[in-house]
Structure formats: structure tokens, C-alpha cells
Design a protein around this ligand. Structure first.
Ligand SMILES: C[S@@+](CC[C@H](N)C(=O)[O-])C[C@H]1O[C@@H](n2cnc3c(N)ncnc32)[C@H](O)[C@@H]1O
Length: 292
């Protein structure tokens, strides 16, 4: 791993370095992948740029203008691909490590610090807002979802689009396959294998999917103890989402379980049009700001 303000050194390794502070005094997010964007891209490769291609196809299909805000932009790879497709893109994230990496590795867009749960990047400043790979689900409460949609409404020009792709809360109604047992995985990166055990469970009162992930690393020059981290995503249901969007002046143009960039079968430019089912584990949304 390069020694930059975005991340720790290869010798120490992300796990050994994980703690309250990352790199040049930046607060860590408590998420090993978010704090180490190189590791994030190694863990979730998208060499074909599917997420950005799907997003661009949605923007074109629904007639979006050129100005795009990518909320929760992460490493910036989707923002940069949309920029390369001719759009004027701003990427926004809360992670200083992600933003530093995006500016360095995926130049083109402007990258800014913003909290998707409530932001002000100007009125009518964008023709579309994208929110990919479940970033929207970091709004855990109803108030945070209201904050997001109030902010999106302010930021979008009349007729602007909100395009999102995320886990589908409704998938967990009757499906327990993601919950039944811990899953094991590994990601190898720069000579070190990072192994993880992931446990997911549903917090029904909070309507959250909670995750505990324990990381261990092999091949480091000195031993690092296992690192336990916790995340959560809002379990949003299709009718709830429609109601929220309508309350904030949006009309749903598409809401379905795929095909999309993270479905099986995966989306491609010649995929048949989606239906309106919400049975799969991903939810895809295109909504348009129709109220003034
Ligand atoms: C799963 S990653 C998705 C990144 C990117 N959209 C992609 O598809 O590759 C979620 C991103 O959301 C960011 N994030 C989490 N909470 C946020 C918040 N409240 N405001 C802005 N960004 C947030 C994280 O820092 C991380 O970069």
C-alpha cells in the first residue's frame, strides 16, 4: 500500500494500523475497507465498469442533463467513469481516505466532503444524483432518510433524477440464506492475505441489517490481533420507499430487483427491460423530482 495520507503503510498493514486515527491524522471510519480504498477495490473489483455503465444507461434512458452528484462516491471509480462519459460530476463522501484516494486515482470529477444524511451543495445544482452500492442505506432512521431526500430535492433541478442501487430489505422477508451461518472470505493484496468472517443479522426494531466482521491477516512482518468491526444498513421496503419519495416530491420511474450491476444474471446493455418485482437481494431505483 502506498504511504499516503489516504492509508497506512504496507509494512504495518491496514489491520495493525486500524484504530481511531488513520494516516495523517484523519479520523478512521471504523470500516477497514473504507479506510483503505485500495483494499476496497481489491475486494470489490469492477473491471468492466458495470456500475457506472448501468448508471449511465439509466441517466440516458430517463433523459438526465449533464450535472451529476455521486453521493457516497467511495473510491471515485464510478464518478470518474461518468465523467469520462461526458458528464460534469461531483463525488461526495464522508471518508477522508476515500476522497484522497479518489482525487489521486480517479481524477476528473470534483470531490467534496458531504454527509448524505443532510448536505447543501447548492440549489438546483445537479440534474441527477446517484447513490450506488447501498450508500443510501447508511440513512438508518426515518429522520436521516428525510434529511437525504430534503437535501436531494434542494440540490436537484426541476425534473432531476435520483438513481440508486442497494440491498433490498424485502429480500429478507422469507429468505434467510444470508443470515443462516457466518460466511468466510479472503482478499489478497500486496503479498498479504486478509481473511474475514462475516455474520449478518436482522435488528427488527431498528429495521437494520447488522454486520459483524472479524478480520485477520497473514503475511504481515509482525502479528496483528484480529480486528472486529460493525456496520449496519437500513432495511428499506419498496412501498416504504415509494411513500418516502412521494412525500419529498419524487415520482418513481423504476423500482425493481434487476437486472442490475450486482445481480445474477448481471445487467448488460442488451438486457431485457426490468419488470417490477422486488424478490431479489438488490433494489434498483430511478425517481424523478416532479414537484416544484
Ligand atoms: C459501500 S461504499 C459504496 C461506494 C461507491 N458508491 C461504490 O459503489 O463503489 C459506501 C460509501 O458510502 C460512504 N458513506 C457512508 N456513510 C456516509 C455518509 N453518511 N455520507 C456520505 N458518505 C457516506 C462510505 O465512506 C463509502 O465510501
Amino acid at each position: 500500500m502506498p504511504t499516503t495520507e489516504a492509508g497506512p503503510t504496507a509494512e504495518a498493514g491496514p489491520i495493525a494500523q486500524a484504530g481511531p486515527v488513520t494516516g495523517a491524522g484523519q479520523p478512521a471510519s471504523g470500516n477497514l475497507l473504507t479506510d483503505n480504498p485500495e483494499l476496497y477495490e481489491a475486494r470489490f473489483p469492477d473491471v468492466q465498469g458495470l456500475a457506472a455503465r448501468w448508471t449511465e444507461a439509466m441517466l440516458r434512458a430517463h433523459g438526465a442533463g449533464p450535472r451529476v452528484l455521486d453521493l457516497g462516491c467511495g473510491t471515485g471509480r464510478d464518478a470518474a467513469r461518468l465523467h469520462a462519459a461526458g458528464r460534469k460530476v461531483v463525488g461526495a463522501d464522508l471518508s477522508a481516505a476515500m476522497l484522497a484516494y479518489a482525487r489521486r486515482e480517479h481524477p476528473g470529477p470534483d470531490y467534496v466532503t458531504a454527509d448524505l444524511r443532510g448536505f447543501d451543495l447548492g440549489r438546483d445544482a445537479f440534474d441527477a444524483i446517484t447513490c450506488l452500492d447501498s450508500a443510501l442505506l447508511y440513512c438508518h432512521t426515518g429522520e436521516e432518510l428525510d434529511g437525504l431526500l430534503t437535501s436531494c430535492r434542494r440540490a436537484l433541478a426541476p425534473g432531476g433524477l435520483l438513481v440508486a442501487e442497494m440491498r433490498n430489505g424485502a429480500f429478507f422477508l422469507g429468505n434467510t440464506e444470508l443470515l443462516d451461518a457466518p460466511t468466510h472470505g479472503a482478499v489478497s493484496w500486496q503479498g498479504t492475505t486478509y481473511q474475514f468472517v462475516t455474520t449478518l443479522w436482522v435488528d427488527r426494531a431498528a429495521q437494520l441489517l447488522r454486520r459483524r466482521r472479524v478480520w485477520t491477516a497473514e503475511g504481515l512482518s509482525h502479528a496483528a490481533p484480529p480486528l472486529e468491526q460493525h456496520s449496519a444498513w437500513r432495511l428499506l421496503f419498496p412501498q416504504e420507499l415509494r411513500h418516502l419519495l412521494a412525500a419529498h416530491g419524487f415520482t418513481v420511474r423504476a423500482l425493481h430487483d434487476g437486472p442490475g450491476p450486482r445481480t445474477e444474471p448481471v445487467w448488460h446493455e442488451d438486457s431485457p427491460p426490468p419488470g417490477d418485482l422486488a424478490d431479489g437481494d438488490r433494489l434498483h431505483l430511478v425517481a424523478q423530482l416532479t414537484a416544484s
